[in-house]
Design a protein. Structure first.
Length: 70
């Protein structure tokens, strides 16, 4: 029941936008964002002590996990 309600509401929103009415972003409180910037260059060691720079990983998917105990 709830999923039908959500789908129906989404359909109304999408069809309302397709009818030519521009969404009221100001009324929704939406703010424009700046495009992402490249990360600054840095070097980190791996578990074997080898140094890796961000530039050598350009074009690859990189996941950084910074863990701390404080």
């Amino acid at each position: 029941m709830m999923s039908r309600l959500v789908i129906s509401g989404l359909a109304v929103v999408l069809l309302g936008g397709a009818a030519g009415a521009a969404p009221d972003f100001d009324g929704l409180g939406a703010q424009a964002y700046s495009p992402p910037k490249p990360a600054p260059e840095f070097t980190l060691p791996d578990l074997n002590g080898r140094q890796h720079t961000l530039a050598t990983l350009r074009g690859k998917v990189v996941m950084l996990y910074f863990w701390a105990t404080w």
